[in-house]
Design a binder for this molecule. Structure first.
Ligand SMILES: C[S@@+](CC[C@H](N)C(=O)[O-])C[C@H]1O[C@@H](n2cnc3c(N)ncnc32)[C@H](O)[C@@H]1O
Length: 262
C-alpha cells in the first residue's frame, strides 16, 4: 500500500481540516466513548476526534496513523498532548493491550483496498478489543455511487484557508467496476497563484456483504448495522455501511504477552 500524498505530504495535509470538520459521525463515536476508559483511534489522521476525547477526559486515548504529516497536525491540537500518537499501520499494529472502544472514523476503513488488507485491520481491531469492548467504523455504500459526484464539474469548490487565503479545490475520479476501487485526484490552487497542489488516491467501496463475510474470521461480531450517522438501520440504499460490534462470543485472541493487557 503506497503512501497517499493527500495525507503524507505536509502541503496537502494542511488542507485536510478545511474539508473535514466535526460532524454527526464524531458525535456518534463520542457518545459511544462516554462510558469508556480507553479508546483506540485507527487511521486517526489529524486527530480531531482523539484530541477532543482526551481533552474532555477522563479517558486514555491512542491515535494511530502512518502519515507523519497528519500526526504532526494532531500533536498540536488542544488535547493533543494527552493522546498517545503512534506512527503505524493499522494492519500490523499490536500494542499488547486492549481498549473499551476501537474506531476508524472519516471512512478510514476505505483506504484498505483488498479483502486481505480489510481482514488484517479487522484482526487488529479484535486483538485490541476488551471482552466487553465495542468497535465502530464507516464505509460508503457502493450502491449509492458517491464517486459519481467527484468529477471536476460537480466537485469544484472554494475554501478559505486561515494562512494561505482563498483556494480553489476540485477532484477527478475513475471507478473500476471489477474491484469497486475508486481512484481520485484532489487538487488545490491558491487564488492568484500558479501552483496546483495535487494528489492521487485510491479507496475501496466494499459491499456490506463483503465486510460482513470478513468479520467472523477476524473474531468479531456485528451487533447492529447502521446506514447513516443519525443511527438509522442499514438498508440497501443507505449512504453508509456502519457496523457497530464487539468480539465474537468466546473469541479473545491471544496476545503475545497477556501480562501487558490493559
Ligand atoms: C480519510 S482519512 C480519515 C482520518 C480521520 N480518521 C478522520 O476522521 O478525519 C484516512 C486516514 O487513514 C490513514 N491511513 C492510510 N493507511 C493507513 C493504514 N495502513 N493504517 C492506518 N491508517 C491509515 C491516512 O493516513 C488518513 O489519515
Amino acid at each position: 500500500m503506497a503512501e497517499d500524498g493527500l495525507y503524507g505530504d505536509p502541503d496537502l495535509a494542511r488542507f485536510y481540516d478545511l474539508e473535514n470538520g466535526w460532524a454527526d459521525d464524531l458525535d456518534y463515536c463520542r457518545d459511544l466513548a462516554r462510558s469508556c476508559s480507553s479508546v483506540l483511534d485507527l487511521g486517526c489522521g489529524t486527530g480531531l476526534f482523539a484530541a477532543k476525547l482526551a481533552q474532555q477526559g477522563p479517558v486514555e486515548v491512542v491515535g494511530v496513523d502512518p502519515a507523519k504529516a497528519m500526526l504532526d497536525i494532531a500533536v498540536g491540537r488542544p488535547g493533543g498532548e494527552r493522546v498517545r500518537w503512534i506512527e503505524g499501520d493499522a494492519r500490523e499494529l499490536r500494542l499488547d493491550r486492549r481498549f473499551d472502544l476501537v474506531v476508524l472514523t472519516g471512512h478510514a476503513f476505505q483506504v484498505f483496498l483488498t479483502d486481505a488488507d480489510r481482514a488484517a485491520v479487522l484482526t487488529t481491531i479484535a486483538c485490541h478489543l476488551a471482552p466487553e469492548g465495542r468497535f465502530v467504523f464507516d464505509s460508503r455504500n457502493p450502491r449509492v455511487q458517491a464517486w459519481t459526484k467527484w468529477t471536476p464539474d460537480c466537485s469544484r469548490r472554494r475554501l478559505d484557508h486561515p494562512e494561505i487565503g482563498k483556494v480553489e479545490a476540485w477532484n477527478d475520479v475513475s471507478h473500476d467496476p471489477t474491484t469497486d476501487v475508486v481512484a481520485y485526484g484532489t487538487y488545490y490552487k491558491v487564488e492568484g497563484g500558479e501552483r496546483v497542489y495535487a494528489s492521487h488516491s485510491k479507496i475501496a467501496f466494499p459491499s456490506k456483504m463483503q465486510i460482513a463475510s470478513l468479520m467472523g474470521a477476524a473474531g468479531l461480531m456485528v451487533l447492529e448495522w447502521l446506514g447513516d450517522w443519525s443511527g438509522r438501520v442499514f438498508t440497501p440504499t443507505s449512504p453508509e455501511i456502519i457496523p457497530v460490534g464487539r468480539l465474537k462470543t468466546g473469541s479473545f485472541p491471544e496476545l503475545p504477552n497477556r501480562l501487558g493487557n490493559g
